[in-house]
Structure formats: C-alpha cells, structure tokens
Design a binder for this molecule. Structure first.
Ligand SMILES: [Zn+2]
Length: 383
C-alpha cells in the first residue's frame, strides 16, 4: 500500500485498489488506519474537492504525508549544484541551488552538497532520518554494477569515484546515482512533458547528447548502465573525429561544441551555445541554419531509435532543446522520412518543460520511483 502510493503520488482509493490488486474495502480500511497514524493525508485536486463532500461525491484523493518519509535529490552540474526535497506524494517541500566554480573537484562538490542538503532539510522541517533515499545526478556516465563514474568531459576530476558510497558514508542514507539524461527522462515522466507516456525517450541536447529510455514506466539502463548513448550513433562514418575515438558521431554534428565551432568559422567570432539558441530565436539566419541542421541530424538518430523501440513520445531537453520548434520542426521532418511509417505515426516529439530543474527533479524521482529497492524504514514511520 505504501509502495503503491509512493509510486502513484496522489491517487484515488480506486487507483490504489487497481494498482495493488486489493479490494476497495481492504484499501478503505488501510487508509483509515494510516490516516489515524498521520501517514496518509487528503490531497485535493486543482479543483479543490470540497471537504464537505455530499452523498455520491467521490472521496478526495489521498497521498502519503511527510511523516511516512521524504526523498531528496542532488544535481551536480557543470557550474551549479541543486538540491530538492519532496514528500512521498510527490509534493516538493523545499529546494535550493548554488553556483560552483567550473571544473570543481569531487571533494569540494560533495562538501558543498552536504551543506546545501542540511539547509534544505532544515527549511522543509524534515529530519535526515526520515529520508528514504537520496538520488544524485551527474553529467557523465555511471557504471551500473560498480557505481563508478566513467569518463566525463564536464566533471573530469570525478572519474573512477564511487559517488554513491561516498555520499552514503556522509549522509547515512541509501544513495543512488544516475546520469543526467536518465534523470531528465524520469523528471519529465513524473512532472513534465512525459506524463502519461509509458514508453518514452528523453533527449538531452547540450554540451553532449544523451538519451534516457523509459520502457513501461521504468528506466532502462542496459547491462552496465550505458544504454542511451545516442550521441555516439554514427551519422557519417567519414565525418569528423569524435571524442569517443570514432568518426562522424551525432555529437560531432549536433552537440554544443559542434555548433559553436561551425558558427565561429562562418561568423569569425565565438558564441556560446546559449547565445546561439537566443540569436536563432531572435531570427539570426546563421544561428537558425545551425539549429535546423542540428535538428535534422538529431532526427536521423531519433528515426533509428523509433524503428528500434517504437516510443510514444520523445521529449527534447537540454540547452539546445530550448530552441523549441526551430529544432523540433526539422527533427519531426527527418523522423518522418527516416522511420518506418507506423513508428513515425506513433511518436510525438515535444519540448521538455522542466528546463534546468530536470536533473534535480529526476534525482528525487529516482527515489520515489524505486519503491521496491528502498522500503520505508521503521524509524521513518515511527518518528
Ligand atoms: Zn563519438
């Protein structure tokens, strides 16, 4: 019952019954018991289901209270650090972020994170013992079985580190680590443009390009956690050298550095990725061309993914994803041409809506969506 509510967030008794396979009578009894203990509370919908419900009126939806526990997310970005705490009905209780110096090392990062975690928990009034788990996002590959951070261009000093173990030692709470694209996928599924899509691909298009794959509502990691490395799909085997050692990967055509380089040679001066996106939106022809070409290349790769896994939705985030339809229009067109007709017809390509908060929200969702792996600890229920 707790697991079901943790996964559903806010739900009607009928939803919980469907999800658990228990009868409505059993659910009503359990809800009454948990309400007495303060673990379950009413969560009226946006229409504000009136408390004085008349005869025949469906009861107000319910959710777990913060007495049942809370989940915390930490996102280590290139130049920032963000922390969010949510209760088990998926309501955000507090969040904060701070700037970091580019290229900060793991010791500085972890120290700053612990400080920010203490601040945020304090503000939310949640004692650390009530946390069921902590999700951590990193802008690089994380090897599943060992939890080691792989080679990351964005946080180079972190390679080989076991961040989950280090953070567990410091916080005394179970910690799970995942990469930014996987967390973006979870966040958009829980709170954003992916809501209601069981088979979803999230594309993070920024300094690098990565994908998070959701199958049947769950993240797919593959054997070692490398699933979703769409940035290294070959677009042109005679193309430019890629940082991975191959030639003509998608990143060499559509990632931030490729666009910066392309425009430097044509404009004669350097723009940042963010400036390229802004100027494209303002109507600059060269920047529009660069974004549109990136969209076409991304569409080729997404077309292949559509043939392979037939998703119902592709959500595009990351700093270049902010270009919206300038990028997505070309992507849709290329997918239409590249994917088999039925796969192209099944997929909707939309912009992410969570922006820079996608990763930290996904880190929280990593805990909320993982009811089996982290059961509610006794002390969280009692205190
Ligand atoms: Zn590559």
């Amino acid at each position: 019952m707790i697991d079901a509510l943790r996964e559903l967030g806010v739900a009607s008794r009928a939803d919980v019954a469907r999800h658990t396979g228990l009868s409505r009578t059993t659910i009503s009894g359990l809800v009454a018991e948990m309400r007495d203990e303060g673990l379950v509370v009413d969560r009226p919908g946006p229409e504000g289901d009136a408390p004085a419900s008349g005869a025949g009126r469906p009861p107000t939806p319910i959710g777990l209270s913060s007495r049942a526990g809370a989940a915390l997310g930490i996102d280590f970005g290139k130049r920032h650090l963000a922390v969010v705490v949510a209760d088990l009905s998926h309501t955000l209780l507090a969040e904060d972020q701070r700037e970091m110096e580019e290229g900060y090392d793991s010791a500085a990062g972890i120290d700053a994170a612990i400080e920010l975690v203490e601040d945020v928990l304090d503000r939310a009034g949640i004692p650390i013992r009530r946390l069921l788990g902590v999700g951590v996002g990193l802008p690089g590959p994380v090897h599943g079985p060992s939890g080691q951070v792989g080679s990351s261009r964005i946080l180079p000093g972190w390679e080989g580190l076991q961040v989950a173990r280090e953070m567990e030692d410091r916080l005394g709470v179970p910690v799970r680590v995942d990469n930014d694209a996987n967390l973006g996928a979870l966040a958009e599924l829980f709170w954003g443009a992916g809501e209601g899509a069981a088979d979803l691909v999230y594309l993070k298009v920024a300094t690098g390009i990565g994908a998070g794959l959701i199958f049947q509502g769950r993240l797919f990691h593959g054997a070692g956690g490398t699933a979703g490395e769409i940035g290294h799909l070959t677009i042109d085997e005679h193309g430019p050298m890629c940082r991975c050692g191959n030639r003509g990967c998608l990143e060499t055509f559509a990632a931030g550095d490729a666009l910066v380089e392309l425009l430097r040679s044509s404009l004669g001066h350097e723009l940042t990725t963010e400036e390229i996106v802004d100027q494209a939106i303002e109507g600059d022809a060269a920047c529009r061309r660069a974004i549109a070409d990136a969209g076409r290349h991304l569409g080729h790769a997404v077309g292949a993914i559509c043939n392979l896994i037939n998703p119902s939705r592709v959500v595009v985030g990351g700093s270049i994803g902010q270009a919206g339809d300038l990028l997505l229009g070309e992507m849709r067109e290329a997918v239409r041409r590249r994917a088999v007709l039925s796969a192209a017809q099944d997929v909707e390509i939309v912009a992410g809506v969570l922006g820079e908060r996608a990763e930290v929200l996904g880190a929280v969702a990593l805990v909320l969506g993982d009811a089996e792996a982290a059961p509610v600890p006794e002390q969280a229920v009692l205190s």
